[in-house]
Every structure is written in C-alpha cells, then in structure tokens.
Design a protein around this ligand. Structure first.
Ligand code: SF4
Length: 356
C-alpha cells in the first residue's frame, strides 16, 4: 500500500496541474476553490475563482457583502446553494472565529456547505492535517488500483473506501497526497480512456492486472431524471419589465427571473394563455405576443429543465401580479443575478442581447 502513495506523490511531482489555487496554504482560498470545483469543471472554475477572489479576497470581505452581489459573481456556475452557503459560512467564521478558518477538522466541518471531502481538503492542504479527501477521483483510483467492486455509493462502500484512503494516505504529505489523487484521477486514471499502458501504477494496479478497470468504480443507483417545463413571461411595457426572485428550497433560489408558469408536461402557447395564472394576470390588458423562443434544455443533476420564453408587449392595462413580482427598468435587467437558462433566453431574444 505504501508503494501506492509513493508512486502517487512521485507522479504528482512531475505532472501536477498549474492551478491558481495551488502552491499556497491560505485556507480561505482553498475553501473557495473546493466549493467551486464541487460541481464545476476545472477550466471553467479557474476564471470564476479568480474573479471571486479578486472581489472577495478574504473571509471578512465575503461576510460583509450583500447576497445579491455574491450570487452575481457566481452567475453561470450553477448550483447556487454553494454561493449562499459560502456567504453564510463566511459570516459564521467572521462571528465565531474572528474571520480565521480554524485549523481543526471538526470545526471546519461545521461551516455551512462543507462536507467530509471539503473539510479534509482544507485541513490537509492548508494545515497538513492527516485527513484523506475522498471525491469521485479518489473512489475511481482506489477502486481500480485495489480492484474493489463494492458500490461506491453504498453505505458499506463508503465506509470501506474511507478506511482504505486513510490507510494509504501519506500523513507527512497529506495535502500533496490529496491533490495528487485529484490530478491523477483527472489526468491519468480517467473515467473512460484511462491510459494504463503509460501509467506509473500499471504494475501494482489490480484492475489492470485483472482487466476490470473499465467496469470500475461500481455504482448502485442510477439517477432518476425528472423533467420540469418553465415558461417565462417576458412582459415589456415601455421601458419596464417584470422580474421575481426565486424562492428558497428550489433550484436557483435567490436568483431573479421573469414571472413563470411551471408545468410537468409540455404546454402550447394556447394552453399557457388558458392557465389560471396567465388569465388572472393579464385579464384586463391589451398585449401582443412578439416572439417565442426555442425550447432550451438545461440539464441539472436530477432534473432536466425545459425553458421557453414568451416575449410579450403590453399596450394597455396593468397586470395583476402577485406580490413577489417587481417592476424594473429594462436597462437594469443584467445587473440582477440570473440563471444560465435566463441568460441563454435573453441572449437569443430580439432586443435583449447582453451588450445592452
Ligand atoms: S493502470 Fe490503468 S486503471 Fe490502473 S491506475 Fe493506472 S490508469 Fe488507472
């Protein structure tokens, strides 16, 4: 087993990626980078990380910011709970630890949005504490090198891999070990097209020996994808437009969007006009439908959102909006944090291009 960590660290010395959050031990920057990387590819994450760190260079600057601004800096990254958790985590660290991230695994774990993996990454990289960080890369590498066919998403599998990772961890270089695992899984032992012929582990890798690498790691659950149809009413009256803030406990909570009719099934424009919401809101108004966008697909982990935008010009009358809908000047639209789906819809809609 020690051979494994020796080979891994040796590989890392030669092949480690040059990333903006590397080669430093600032726990704040490691925290931000790890949260960004949870559901974002490294290439896309780099740019967001640099912008985020430039605007919020430390815990205190993030803690004192407005949530709308934090979300604006996160716009396009998706999974916005991460940004809200970072914000409340920063407030917690500011209040509880005077703005300094504590050098203790259990204390780090209490920060909102920080799970075992992130806590281990921060503790090991920033403070060199001996905790193995286990993400998808670690599950893949370990299941292959030790040819383990326990499902990585089963309770038994999680316990087994946590113990295995802790056993093979080089405790003197815990931070480098964890980062090496991330890079090795991303560059060498990839989900598909892994390069076994030119791999430093080829001689000790049991999956390579047993030809099982293509079926590892094993997962027991296949994710059920649910479809949601979002029909956005982009209603324009003179220079004004209507927006609402998404509610907590749903996707894109806290982001802004046009008033929306949601359905579990596909709807036509005629069906949308006949919904109680639409009939009520525009009952005394004179309007024309100027444009219908294509249906945009937006894939999330457990859902597929199908979004369509209806550009409506209001000529007369006042819509009967529910209280959450606000009127804003069209020019200010792009200063609000919005989802990638809203951005796509706006970017492709006549007279709503992002350079306005
Ligand atoms: S030999 Fe193949 S399966 Fe084994 S660690 Fe290397 S790349 Fe992964």
């Amino acid at each position: 087993m020690n051979n494994f960590s020796h080979l891994l660290l040796q590989w890392y010395q030669q092949h480690q990626r040059n990333l903006p959050w590397r080669n430093q031990t600032d726990p704040y920057k490691i925290w931000i980078s790890e949260i960004i990387l949870q559901q974002t590819r490294v290439e896309q994450g780099k740019e967001y990380y640099l912008r985020f760190i430039q605007r919020f260079p430390d815990v205190m600057s993030l803690a004192s910011a407005q949530e709308d601004e934090v979300l604006k800096y996160w716009q396009g990254l998706g999974y916005y709970t991460r940004a809200r958790n970072l914000h409340s985590g920063a407030k917690y660290i500011a209040d509880r630890f005077n703005g300094k991230i504590p050098a203790d695994y259990d204390d780090i774990l209490k920060i909102k949005g920080v799970g075992n993996y992130t806590a281990a990454a921060i503790a090991s990289i920033a403070f060199n504490l001996p905790y193995a960080a286990i993400d998808g890369n670690a599950y893949r590498v370990l299941s292959r090198v030790f040819d383990v066919n326990l499902p990585v998403d089963s309770q038994k599998g999680k316990i087994f891999f946590a113990e295995l990772a802790q056993q093979v961890l080089d405790t003197r270089h815990a931070g480098s070990f964890n980062q090496a695992m991330m890079d090795f899984g991303s560059l060498q032992c990839k989900p598909v097209n892994m390069d076994c012929e030119n791999c430093c582990m080829a001689n000790i890798c049991l999956a390579n020996k047993n030809h099982t690498q293509h079926s590892l790691p094993i997962k027991q659950k296949s994710i059920q994808i649910k479809k949601r149809f979002f029909y956005y009413l982009c209603i324009c009256q003179d220079d004004h437009i209507y927006l609402q803030k998404r509610l907590p406990k749903d996707i894109w909570a806290g982001l802004y969007e046009f008033p929306l009719i949601e359905s579990e099934t596909e709807l036509s424009w005629e069906q949308i006009m006949n919904t109680p919401y639409f009939s009520h809101v525009l009952s005394h108004c004179l309007f024309t439908l100027e444009h219908i966008s294509p249906v945009y697909k937006h894939q999330l982990t457990h859902r597929l959102v199908m979004g369509q935008f209806f550009y409506i010009k209001l000529h007369q009358g006042a819509p009967q909006w529910p209280p959450e809908v606000q009127t804003i000047s069209k020019d200010l639209l792009f200063s609000y944090p919005i989802s990638r789906l809203m951005e796509t819809g706006l970017g492709n809609m006549p007279s709503f291009h992002t350079d306005q």
